[in-house]
Design a protein around this ligand. Sequence first.
Ligand code: MN
Length: 390
Amino acid sequence: MFVSQYNFEDEVRKDFSFAAPKINDTTLRDGEQTPGVVFSLEEKVQIARLLDEIGVQQIEAGTPAMSEEETKAVSAIVKEGLNASIMGWSRAVQSDVDAVLKTEADAIAISIATSDIHLRYKLNMTREQVLEKAASMVEYAKSHGLYVSLNSEDATRTEFAFLKEFALKGKEAGADRLRICDTLGVLIPASSRYLTRRVIEETKIPVEIHTHDDYGLAVANALAAFEAGAEWASTTVNGLGERAGNSSLEGVIMGLIKLYNLQLPFKINKICEISHYVEKASGIAVPPNRSIVGAHMFTHESGIHVDGVLKYPYTYESFLPDEIGTSRKIVIGKHSGKHAVWDKLKELGINASKEQLIKIVEIVKRNSQERKSAITDEELRKIAGKVIGK
Ligand code: MN
């Protein structure tokens, strides 16, 4: 165990009530709602396959009512015969539910907003109308044999009494779970725990948490909901999604497995593969400093860090790169010490004396500082060649 031991203190864990956490990945629905992102049918099918290989239990494959192409894509994913359940997304409108039925998906997300702001400014509906609409669409979907996740859009800005009524009404109509949507990404971990626990206690409906990253807390809020007994969390690969995106698949899975030491059936060695694939297909670059999948996660430059990592990786890594299907990179630059440069030279098959090494380190530091970037292997070769005189 190379994460903080404080994660396992009785005092920290005393209120944990983990169910068996499951993932509903919505890269193909909420992820594709990222401005400018369009996946082709082939890309959608490939993303679904990779999600299935990782062991995601449910794939939210799209919004069939949106277009003929979208219906085709969801159908194509259904035809793959994956282990994962395939969910179609719909508004609480019968034509949307019918569009999902056409794809032969086994599950549906039925979404309607519950906050007063949304009722007043978007839906122009009363609370009674929302309850009636949600219940009738849940009943309709259930009568056609679908698994139903009833989505409370903007749940985290909904008065609790109404959210409870909505959940109970949905449950009575046959909904299999309630998706608590933090549509604007405005929860904090403590309130995510509180709301999840309270909904479960007072309605006994299984909870899914759907979080957004507007304040950088999407993964933290999803993990907090799991602590309080949520059974599902929505995720997207690389945290794609509207505005700042959703809680990331890689962050939530690695958090559950590493930070909480839960034994879960996910194949984490596929994480970098799917991240790279989605990066390419979406055209949204993964920033180098992104958690879990960013290129800098396992790139070390600073002299002291490299020295530690080379002696024992866990000095500066809480898990190893090959666990998620990537490798470690040592780069030479302004922060590099003699040890790191020495190792890099050895790797390149270059022998230098002590005096030469000191000279090489000096030039490396100066060059990388001047141009604000690391030194490539080829450049190091040249520098060493000049100093050593070959
Ligand atoms: Mn969303």
